[in-house]
Design a protein around this ligand. Structure first.
Ligand SMILES: N[C@@H](CCC(=O)N[C@@H](CS)C(=O)NCC(=O)O)C(=O)O
Length: 221
């Protein structure tokens, strides 16, 4: 008997930056899964989420009887369950750096998150953010440049080939695009590599077609 597919519970593709991370990882590594989408900030979300996620947040992954919540924990589970470690770089030094960067993304950059929320439909305009958000942007770009320089001969992603660390930063690429954040050549090339991923194109295409509008996220700018 064939094994039932895992189900990834996600939010709106246009807005749910946390959902994008494990979704992109699973897509890019060719893992077959079902997705269950709940539109954020709707009565339907409030009705369903309690049975699907212990934190009442997305993403959550259901695999057999197991529920895994939190984007980074899901990426780690995917890595253990299906990727046999390929979600992180092979070399121990690169693996440590990839994990440091992923953890920094997961727990930091509060000003960037709140002032430049992900919105794939957005195009740059006159909206400007404060110095705290700019400091977050500078730090992200410094991190990207350092990792790209170190792994320049190994591939076009942060630590060479695409992995969990890139999935963690993929929503930042959508933010930088949408708000017109100035980037140097190295960061631009990295952003192009992320945007060229088939999974990223699929996510962004679907995001632009979604009808839901969340006022707080659209109004900014
Ligand atoms: N640290 C969590 C954050 C998850 C999170 O905040 N998800 C948002 C959507 S992007 C959510 O579910 N919001 C619904 C709510 O708070 O009601 C993760 O990494 O998965």
């Amino acid at each position: 008997m064939s094994e039932a597919l895992a189900t990834l519970v996600i939010g709106n593709k246009n807005y749910s930056s946390w959902s994008l991370r494990p979704w992109l990882l699973m897509r890019e590594f060719g893992i077959a899964f079902r997705e269950e989408q709940l539109a954020l900030d709707t009565p339907g979300f409030a009705e369903r989420i309690g049975t699907l996620s212990p934190t009442r947040r997305v993403p959550a992954l259901h695999d057999g009887g197991l529920v895994v919540w939190d984007s980074l924990a899901i990426c780690e589970y995917v890595n253990d369950r299906w990727l046999h470690g390929r979600g992180w770089p092979e070399r121990v030094d690169s693996r440590a750096l990839a994990r440091s960067a992923a953890a920094e993304m997961h727990s930091g950059f509060a000003a960037l998150r709140s002032q430049l929320p992900m919105n794939s439909r957005r195009t740059p305009d006159s909206y400007r953010w404060d110095a705290a958000a700019q400091a977050d942007i500078d730090r992200v770009q410094q991190l990207w440049c350092e990792l790209r320089k170190r792994h320049a001969d190994e591939g076009e992603f942060l630590c060479g080939r695409f992995g969990i660390v890139d999935a963690m930063f993929a929503p930042v690429v959508i933010r930088f695009d949408g708000y017109g954040v100035q980037s140097d050549e190295t960061c631009m090339q990295y952003m192009q590599a992320i945007n060229a991923l088939p999974g990223m194109r699929e996510w962004r295409d679907a995001a632009t077609r979604e009808p839901e509008v969340i006022e707080g996220s659209e109004k900014r700018g």
